[in-house]
Every structure is written in C-alpha cells, then in structure tokens.
Write a protein that binds this ligand. Structure first.
Ligand SMILES: Cc1ncc(C[n+]2csc(CCOP(=O)(O)OP(=O)(O)O)c2C)c(N)n1
Ligand SMILES: [Mg+2]
Length: 337
C-alpha cells in the first residue's frame, strides 16, 4: 500500500510540474505538454491503495475524473498511461482520451469524466461475473458530489436486487469543485445511502489506509463469496484545487491547512515504523517509486505525437462528409448483428 501511495503522490507532483510548463503567466489551458484539464488526486491515495490491494487483474475497476491514484493501485501500465496523458500515439487510447479517459483492458480498468458514470459499467461487470459464474468482482469509485446522481442510485438498486459482486467506494473530500457537501445533501455520511437498498454501508474516517484496507477486505470478500454488494465511504482530503489552475478562492484557508496536515502517507509511515519497518526500508520504497515515475514520464515525452489524420480513426459514427477519407470501422446503423 505504501509503494502505491508514494508512487501516486510523486506522480501527481511531477504531473503538476509538467502541466504548468508553458501555461503561465496568464493561465492558458491549451498550452504546454499536457493540454486540457487535469484533476489531481493528492490526498486521496489511501482510498485507492486500501481497496485495490484486494483485487486481481480480472476484477474490474471504474474510477472517476480523478483517476491516477486508482489506476496506479490497480496496476495500469504506468508508461502507456503517462503517454496517454501527454497525448502520445502509444498511449492507452492512442492519445485521444487524455487523463480522464484511461482504459487498460489488461487489468480491467476504466474511468470517465462524467460523474457517477462508472457505476453502471461496474454493475454490468458484476452481472457478467455472476452470469459467467466466476469469482471476480467489480469496484466503482465516485466522489461525494455524485451521491445524488441517478446513475449511482440506480446502480445500487440493480446491484442489490441481483446480488451482484460489486463494491461502491465514495471518496468523500467534502468538495464538488467549489460546492461544499453540506450545501447539496443533508446526508452527512454517504454510506447511509446503502440502507435504502438493504446492503451494508460502511464509513471510514480520517483517510486511514489500514482501516480502509480492513473495510475493503470484508466488502470484497463478501462480493467474491457471492453475498452481494457493499457501499463504502472513505474520508479523503483534497490537497490541491479541483483542477490544476483552480485558484480555490472559495475555500477557507483553515480547510486547506487541515487537508495538508492530515496526510495519509505520513500516517502510514508512522504505522509502518510502529510495526518495526525502519526508516531506511521506507526510504528505499520511496526512492524506487520516484524512479518508476520519472521513467514513465521520460518514456511518455519520448513518444511520437499521433498523426492528425488518426483523429478520425476508431470512431463509432461517420464523420461529416468531406472531413475525412477514412472509412468507418464500425457500422452501428445496420448490418448483420
Ligand atoms: C454528470 C456530470 N455533471 C457535472 C459534471 C461536472 N463536474 C465535473 S467534476 C464535478 C464535481 C465532482 O465532485 P465529486 O464527485 O465530489 O468528486 P471530486 O472532484 O471531489 O473528486 C462536476 C460537477 C460532470 N463531469 N458530470
Ligand atoms: Mg468531492
């Protein structure tokens, strides 16, 4: 868990540096090596590491618009993921998806920029596992800002009614962009939502990686044993803005300071030391993780940009006439099937 968490934290810090290159002084979102939006998950690492530790490659995970920590913990290919974020041809999605649309079929990982949108596909993966009679499970991540979305509530119901092996994980960082949680919902503990669907609901406070690990162990074991879905809410902290370039003028300073103080990585380090892991071993894990991140970023920056003509490949609809000569690969309008 510690390796996953320090890898994710260093990854976010390095992406932040790369992202800001060329975008200043006046913030230009389209400039630099990583154009477009970037949502970093520093402060959320425990939610990824504690849960994904129990998963195998054949288990499905759907993450959110803030996906990197979960992708790392799920074992997504870091080099190809980084190439995707840098928009390169060898990226997971040939550089067309960017950081919110990472798909790695080798480890059954997906994410989406639409909030709560990972929930229905996770329920679908759970249904597939049940129909195929395998013991694989699915995990859907969402933010606390998504707990009133229909896609989430309908997926809870579907998973409950069909006893599907699905675990829903709410990452509660108290904010949905600039909107504090208490202004949009009267439910203080999102895990209470489980009660309406007759499934277990568990809340873990203080982004404690070990407590998250324990809660996830039980929920994922329950799913694997075909005893149905579970909803887990974990408290995390957003150490950065909603997206890179967010001045956070809406956010009280004390809240930012509290997020900086509650560091789940420092907490886990203290836990490790209390269990006899010495500082040298911790430093070695941290150095290895940093090296892996640097290698992935170096790899990505070395990769070719996609050919502009490739923009019209891999599409599900015909481009408007005259835009491209490329024949569509898919015929959804008709055909034999
Ligand atoms: C269906 C939908 N509505 C609105 C948005 C715009 N949007 C992007 S992120 C976000 C807030 C998400 O907050 P939360 O779910 O708490 O996740 P966090 O960003 O805090 O990790 C919103 C409203 C969206 N992407 N999808
Ligand atoms: Mg949130």
């Amino acid at each position: 868990m510690y390796v996953d968490m320090v890898t994710a934290r260093h990854y976010e810090e390095r992406l932040q540096e790369e992202y800001l290159e060329g975008k200043q002084p006046a913030f230009d979102i389209s400039a630099g090596p990583i154009p477009g939006e970037l949502h970093l998950a520093a402060g959320h690492e425990a939610a990824a590491a504690g849960v994904c530790q129990h998963l195998r490659d054949d288990d499905a995970v759907t993450a959110t618009h803030r996906p990197h920590h979960v992708a790392i913990a799920k074992g997504v290919d870091l080099e190809r993921m980084t190439a995707e974020i840098f928009g390169r041809e060898t990226g997971l999605g040939k550089g067309k998806g960017g950081h919110m649309h990472l798909f790695d079929p080798d480890v059954n990982f997906a994410c989406s920029g639409i909030i709560a949108e990972g929930c229905p596909p996770a329920a679908g993966a759970g249904l597939a596992a049940k129909k195929r009679n395998t013991d694989s499970v699915a995990v859907a991540y969402l933010g606390e800002g998504a707990i009133d979305q229909g896609a989430f509530l309908e997926s809870l119901n579907f998973a409950a009614v069909h006893d599907l092996p699905v675990v829903f994980v709410i990452e509660d960082n108290d904010w949905a962009i600039s909107m504090p949680k208490d202004r949009v919902t009267d439910v203080e503990n999102g895990a209470q939502r489980a009660g309406g669907f007759d499934m277990p609901g568990v809340r873990v406070d203080h982004d404690d990686a070990v407590a998250i690990y324990d809660a996830a162990k039980e929920a994922i074991g329950r799913a694997r044993d075909r005893n149905g879905p579970t909803l887990i809410e974990v408290q995390v902290h957003r150490r950065m803005g909603h997206f890179m370039g967010d001045p956070e003028s809406y956010r009280p300073e004390e809240d930012q300071e509290a997020a900086a103080e509650r560091d789940s990585i420092a907490r886990l380090e203290a836990d490790l030391q209390a269990h006899g892991v010495d500082e040298e071993a911790i430093a070695e894990m941290r150095d290895d993780a940093h090296e892996r991140v640097e290698d992935a970023i170096e790899f990505a920056k070395d990769q070719p940009e996609p050919d502009p003509s490739a923009a019209h490949e891999d599409m599900f609809v015909n481009p408007p006439s005259g835009v491209t000569d490329t024949e569509p690969e898919y015929d959804l309008a008709g055909g034999d099937d």
